[in-house]
Design a protein around this ligand. Sequence first.
Ligand SMILES: *[C@@H]1O[C@H](CO)[C@@H](O)[C@H](O)[C@H]1NC(C)=O
Length: 118
Amino acid sequence: MASSNVYAVVGVLAIMAISGAVMAQDVDPIKVNNCESKSKMTWHCINEVFASIFKTGTVSDECCHQLVNLGQICHEALVKRTLQNPLFKNNDTSVIFAKSAQIWNKCSLVDVSPSPSP
Ligand SMILES: *[C@@H]1O[C@H](CO)[C@@H](O)[C@H](O)[C@H]1NC(C)=O
């Protein structure tokens, strides 16, 4: 009697742990898409994009290329995650999403136009 109860508890915990892990992967596009890979964007460009969305400023062509290379899914996922930070709780999410979309659009245009070689 006692041992079958133990098995039931262990079984439930195992199922919870597995489904928790699977769900966490499903809902975290940042991990799934490897968005934080250091090879995709330099700190300089991450800061430039970040500042232009949450503060003011523009994104240079070089950083636009890196952003487009990172991909729209990662761009949006990282903006969403930043908004979850208590530091940005005062920011209007619709304003931030509009700005992030605007920067994405600008950068995808920059990326198709041939860049002049220095
Ligand atoms: C986000 O919130 C900060 C602090 O409240 C503010 O200084 C900044 O201008 C806001 N950014 C945007 C894009 O609204």
